[in-house]
Design a binder for this molecule. Structure first.
Ligand code: FES
Length: 315
């Protein structure tokens, strides 16, 4: 659907917030905390951005977009958009929902990973649920959405940590995650190093996997140098296609005229999810759960590879 950029505000260094509304003033489809939308940012690129605003808002979606120095074009194209411009987006989808049964929630955000976490905090504050919110950023000027964090209901529950602070003022994950409980749920979003640090601390402390929820805002980078070639077989025709070491499965299939729909091309969004009928995928995505990976019957061909010489795909 088409939306209009009503406001574009620099909320921190290199971070703009975008307020999107229906061009005719109608309400937008509802969303739950943790949702994201696909945004057609321009130049044919589609990127996923989490909604950061209160899910009770019916007329707007608010995004926070970091200008990423390693951008493949998406964040630069989005930052180039101006107030008043109309852009195309998808309906909100949620792969990172709150667990309704939680009696206490621990929210952990790293950098621009604050966007879905802020939305969760808005929701939890509104229903007066028990929660704590830990937000790590590089420095005060790189801390997005500061005014929102200072609002009543929010400010007593938020603690912000800066990478530039002395060690004793940095986040103490061991203390925060020391006391797992069946009724406690932890949510983390941020760069892969931050998310992995939180998950590994939580696992060491005995947190059950079902109470740990994560969303990466960039996928872990696979070791491209160590990649090897393999083949994929198309179940419908028996055709075998070579995937070179420096190619993704999507690229190899595309070169043979077989298009797989993609969006993020980083193993985050799930758009390219494909069934695997035979063989052992080498999962490189940040989308599937550990149980789904272990089942080995589906993979994300935009980034994942194969541990076996050939993978048979349901194509
Ligand atoms: Fe997003 Fe493959 S295109 S996971």
């Amino acid at each position: 659907m088409k939306v209009k950029i009503l406001k574009k505000v620099e909320t921190a260094t290199d971070i703009f917030s975008f307020e999107l509304v229906d061009p005719t003033g109608r309400p937008l489809p509802g969303f739950s905390a943790g949702s994201h939308i696909d945004v057609h940012v321009g130049n044919g690129l589609v990127r996923q951005y989490s909604l950061s605003n209160d899910p009770r808002d019916t007329h707007r979606y608010v995004l926070g977009v970091l200008r990423d120095p390693n951008s493949r074009g998406g964040s630069i194209a989005m930052h180039a958009q101006a107030e008043g411009a109309e852009i195309e987006i998808s309906q909100p989808r949620n792969h990172f929902p709150l667990a309704n049964e939680a009696r206490h929630s621990i929210l952990l955000a790293g950098g621009i990973g604050v966007t879905p976490i802020l939305c969760m905090a808005e929701r939890l504050a509104h229903v007066d649920a028990s929660f704590e919110f830990h937000y790590c950023t590089r420095a005060p000027e790189r801390t997005a959405f500061r005014e929102q964090l200072m609002r009543p209901g929010m400010k007593d529950r938020v603690r912000v940590y800066f990478d530039t602070a002395p060690p004793e003022e940095r986040i103490d994950l061991e203390a925060i995650l020391a006391d797992p409980d069946v009724d406690k749920h932890a949510y983390v979003c941020g760069p892969s190093g931050f998310v992995d640090a939180v998950l590994s601390r939580a696992r060491n402390a005995g947190w059950p996997e079902s109470n740990l929820h994560r969303e990466y805002f960039s996928a872990q980078k696979g070791a491209i140098a160590g990649n090897s070639a393999f083949q994929v077989r198309l179940a419908s025709s028996g055709r075998v296609i070579n995937v070179r070491a420096e190619q993704t499965v999507v690229e190899a299939l595309g070169a043979c005229g077989i298009e797989i729909q993609t969006s993020c091309e980083q193993g985050i969004c799930g758009t390219c999810l494909t069934r695997v009928l035979e063989g052992d995928p080498d999962h490189r995505d940040a989308y599937l759960t550990d149980e789904e990976r272990t089942a080995n019957d589906q993979f994300l061909p935009c980034c994942s590879r194969s541990r076996t010489p050939i993978l048979t795909l349901d194509l």
